[in-house]
Design a protein around this ligand. Structure first.
Ligand SMILES: [Zn+2]
Length: 539
């Protein structure tokens, strides 16, 4: 094998080394913190209407006391509309936030995200990960399950620790290195024993879990068995090149924690075939085919309400399985103009990312829109209808569905893509309280952090969001740009934004400051460019 010529790699570095060789080195890491105040000895949020993340309805006015980054009291201090008896409120803090007329929710958990994408180097100056972190925090994301570690496990672990010590302005990070066992992506593991040894090593290095992309079944089964023994969690993108040998139900039965995206799900419900109805001209390396046919996969499966559909739901439920659909990352497939013309591109989209998204000969991953047709979009609309129905049915039967964004590809921008996912879960049929629970408590359960975060409860870390507007009323107000509304005074259109503060582990970030930092960074990335910046509205 060609790998023999290079020095031995530590487990978890394979993808970073391979990308570096191809001219895509690790993204610039964050090294210091220039935003956020605290944690405080005693922080008090006064008079909030609390939506606690468990699915419980809003309740307030409530005072929340946070000591050394932990919630130590959640106290009801009155009833709506009546004066509050100051004598019966918790004692003063060394820092306080007036939350009367505001809403407090848990911080959001992004269960499928990338801390920067080295691939953007194909189009010039790659955004430093500080850009990514600030966009996440500005959209309320306080915990991230980093899936794949494009910059390497060592890089990821160092960022995770720096964030835990509040040395950088970032969400809590979880490291899920990429399992290198797929021919067309990256393959250094060739036997079940090698897979087990690799997993033992990444566990020893400190990984929280593993991102799978498929593997030969014997390797996958051994790997999932080893994950169970080691206490490593797992998520799998069932690549089309692997799915004919094992779909999401196969791997769920072997102990996989979650299925990412939609891959491998429709295949678990095939009745009249065992392989998707690909045309003879299909070539997986041509992303037009890869995504055009992917838009037809649910059409070829058992239909909603059928015996097979119901049996599949039941099988996943019995296994306690979790879906992380990341609806947002394929949103462009059903209306590419919408995704390309989003309000936020003008001020928040880094130049090399924008260039990476645009179709071009030999373009990067996800830039397949050079011949995307009306028919492709209609296929995808129908695909979403069926896929969303399954995900909503699964939720209704008690199954766990979590929120992931996968931003950095296909016109989706960090943070903004996450909020879009909340909108899409609502479109799938989730009540806004169910959406919030998916984004918070259920994400904490999936990642094994339920004692630490995911709900507003005494004993948990203060991962909290302070909203100027009720998020249940309209998720659009969570976008960094806000949403276009009318100013009641002037009668003129204006952008209105809902998120005021993101509190991570007791450190208080002012969202407006984070957004201003990002706009300044993005403006730099466009300095001197001859091309026009993307269009869009702005506040
Ligand atoms: Zn991904």
């Amino acid at each position: 094998m060609t790998e023999d010529a290079t020095p031995a790699l530590d487990a978890g570095e394979e993808i970073a080394v391979e990308r570096t060789r191809a001219g895509m080195p690790p993204v610039p890491a964050a090294t210091s913190r220039d935003r956020g105040i605290g944690p405080f000895a005693r922080l008090v949020l006064r008079g909030a209407t609390v939506i606690d993340g468990t699915g419980a309805p809003p309740i307030g006015p409530t005072d929340i006391v946070i000591e050394g980054g932990r919630i130590t009291a959640v106290k009801k201090v009155g009833v709506p509309g009546a004066p509050i008896n100051a004598a019966r409120r918790p004692a003063a803090g060394d820092h306080e936030i007036d939350c009367h007329g505001k809403w407090v929710t848990p911080g959001f958990i992004d269960c499928h995200a990338h801390a920067g994408v080295p691939y953007h180097a194909l189009n010039g100056w790659v955004p430093p990960v500080d850009y990514v972190y600030k966009l996440w925090l500005a959209h309320g994301v306080t915990t991230v399950r980093e899936m794949g570690g494009f910059s390497g496990l060592g890089w990821m672990l160092a960022q995770r620790e720096a964030s835990a010590r509040h040395e950088i302005a970032a969400p809590r990070l979880l490291a899920y290195p990429y399992f290198p066992a797929v021919n067309d992506m990256l393959k250094t593991l060739h036997t079940p024993e090698q897979a087990r040894a690799w997993l033992r090593r990444v566990k020893q290095r400190g990984a929280d879990g593993v991102k799978f992309f498929g593997a030969p079944p014997a390797i996958m089964q051994a790997a999932l068995d080893e994950c169970r023994a080691l206490g490593l969690r797992s998520g799998c993108h069932h690549a089309q090149t692997a799915v004919s040998r094992m779909n999401a139900l196969t791997t769920a039965g072997w102990g996989l924690t979650s299925a990412e995206h939609y891959y491998g799900l429709a295949e678990a419900m095939f009745e009249n075939r065992t392989i998707q109805d690909y045309g003879a001209d299909y070539n997986y390396n041509n992303e037009h085919f890869r995504f055009a046919y992917a838009g037809q996969v649910f059409r070829g499966a058992a239909q909603p309400g059928s015996a097979k559909w119901e049996a599949t739901l039941e099988s996943f439920l019995r296994l306690g399985f979790t879906f992380v659909p990341t609806f947002t990352i394929y949103d462009a497939n059903r209306d590419v103009m919408r995704a390309r013309a989003a309000d936020w591109h003008r001020e928040y989209t880094w130049k090399s990312m924008w260039d990476y998204f645009l179709p071009a000969p030999g373009a990067g991953h996800g830039a397949y829109f050079s011949r995307w047709s009306t028919a492709n979009e209609i296929d995808w609309k129908e695909n979403y209808r069926l896929w969303m129905r399954f995900i909503n049915d699964y939720k209704n039967r008690g199954g766990r569905v979590c929120t992931g964004s996968d931003s950095g590809f296909i016109f989706q921008i960090f943070g903004f893509g996450y909020i879009r996912e909340l909108e899409l879960l609502q479109e799938a049929g989730f009540h806004p309280l169910e959406v919030l629970r998916a984004a918070t408590l259920h994400g904490a359960e999936l990642t094994g952090l339920v004692e630490e975060t995911g709900s507003v409860e005494v004993g948990k870390c203060a991962d909290l969001l302070v909203h100027d507007h009720n998020p249940l009323e309209d998720f659009k107000l969570l976008y960094g740009t806000g949403a276009l509304r009318v100013n009641a005074g002037s009668g003129r259109p204006e952008f209105r934004r809902g998120l005021r503060f993101t509190i991570r582990d007791g450190v208080v970030f002012e969202v407006a400051e984070l957004l201003a930092d990002v706009r300044a960074m993005v403006a730099q990335s466009w300095e001197g460019a001859s091309e026009a910046r993307p269009q869009g509205w702005s506040a």
